[in-house]
Ligand binder design. Structure first.
Ligand SMILES: [Zn+2]
Length: 414
């Protein structure tokens, strides 16, 4: 085990006993910040707010190599510092993939002070329940247009209604009139939903074609999350960056199951939609479920000018950190017009939260932005969910694309 991951025995025990449920938001800075919180919790005190620390200016030079396992990384900084970056407000920051219905005045004040905007994405399912989520996101965007925008979705087919696509298009017309800037399809298409003949419904199924043709003709963006990280189709491996997620959500594990589509088949189905609709802007969530192979993702970018991706989910950073850093850096520099930052953070019901709950809920958004900024814009080295992540220190013009320009281009109206 590397030396930097060994705090004193007393602190280790305090962490183990006082903070067994380590959420992603706390894990960054585990060696210092969480330990301090855990010790305070063991003493019966509320966790102290970490001291705000000034982020470093992003480096414009070619960057130094990250420390190897033999070297000790620099001290890890506290995650919930006051500001995402130095010189706030000059460049707006966009989170292009979230589910963050943060309506509390304190959340909005922080977003205004930091000059951030969040694109909330609906997740349509088989029932109309997702409409409640849509209503929250629509309201956030309507009441706080500088801080929020939203992407709608549609209810999945029951395969009995011959007018299914027509009805979906009617609903979409209303949602776009209500300010939506895109439409999302979720991974239940491809992985879970079955057709009456027992086959898995794929995104290139003819049932969706009129909907995609309509989106293309109207100039709207299609947001697609199909498949999952490749590890879902492989035996569980503790070294996989998503291991804890797979353990928590076994329903999504495809490995060893009979009759389920392969990862490649699902992505091929998505690629056929991109190909059939060359004027339809398609944004693939979570690096297009191809974070394990940036070469494959690069091939898609080269082949399909109408395809882009978001980086959503903090685990994506741990997955990227598993690759050679200079290769990842080169990839982001080359394809910065096709990659947009996303957090995948969730929030709802903030107006009913007590102070502590609100601090935690807002903390999640702050944390995601701070970690994202540190990874893409600085050369800090930090631990995230037990993985060492050396910041990419991308040049300022690339950082601007990833946190702002690319999202504006791929989601007109954002
Ligand atoms: Zn999401």
């Amino acid at each position: 085990m590397p030396r930097y991951f060994l705090p004193s025995l007393a602190v280790t025990l305090a962490v183990l006993f006082a903070a067994p449920a380590v959420c992603e938001a706390q894990n960054y800075g585990v060696a210092k910040d969480l330990a301090r919180k855990a010790v305070r919790a063991a003493e019966g005190k509320r966790p102290a707010e970490p001291e705000p620390q000034k982020p470093k200016r992003p480096s414009t030079k070619p960057t130094k190599a990250p420390p190897t396992d033999e070297q000790t990384p620099p001290e890890i900084e506290a995650p919930l510092r006051a500001d995402i970056r130095e010189g706030v407000a000059e460049m707006p920051l966009i989170d292009a993939h979230a589910h963050y219905g943060g309506e509390h005045p304190k959340t909005l004040a922080w977003m205004a002070q930091q000059n951030v905007k969040v694109l909330n994405i609906c997740v349509g399912g088989r029932s109309e329940r997702w409409r409640k989520q849509a209503e929250l996101y629509r309201r956030c965007a309507e009441q706080h247009p500088d801080r929020y925008a939203w992407v709608t979705s549609f209810t999945l087919p029951d395969f009995k209604d011959p007018k299914y696509a027509e009805k979906v298009i009617e609903d979409l017309k209303r949602d776009f009139t209500d300010g939506a800037v895109g439409c999302k399809v979720w991974k239940s298409v491809g992985m879970f939903i079955k057709k009456p003949d027992g086959a898995h419904l794929q995104i290139d199924d003819p049932i969706f074609e009129p909907i995609f043709s309509w989106l293309e003709a109207e100039g709207h963006t299609l947001v697609v999350h199909v498949a999952d990280p490749i590890g879902r189709w492989r035996p569980l491996d503790e070294k996989d960056p998503y291991y804890d997620l797979y353990k928590k959500t076994p329903r999504g594990q495809m490995y060893g199951r009979e009759g389920v589509p392969s990862h490649g088949e699902i992505l091929a189905s998505r690629d056929r939609v991109i190909e059939r609709h060359p004027k339809l802007r398609v944004v693939g969530c979570h690096l297009g479920s191809m974070e394990h192979d940036l070469g494959e993702l690069a091939k898609r970018f080269d082949k399909y000018p109408n395809f882009a991706v978001d980086t959503s989910g903090l685990r994506r950073i741990t997955a990227l950190a598993a690759h050679d850093r200079e290769k990842v850096r080169g990839f982001f520099i080359k394809y910065a017009d096709r990659i947009m930052y996303g957090s995948d953070r969730h929030a709802s019901g903030q107006l009913k939260m007590n102070e502590e709950e609100l601090a935690e809920s807002l903390g999640e958004l702050k944390h995601a932005f701070c970690v994202g900024w540190d990874y893409y814009a600085t050369d800090k080295v930090f631990m995230l969910k037990g993985h060492q992540c050396p910041g990419l220190a991308l040049p300022p013009d690339v950082v601007k694309k990833i946190f702002y320009t690319t999202a504006k281009k791929w989601h007109p109206g954002l």
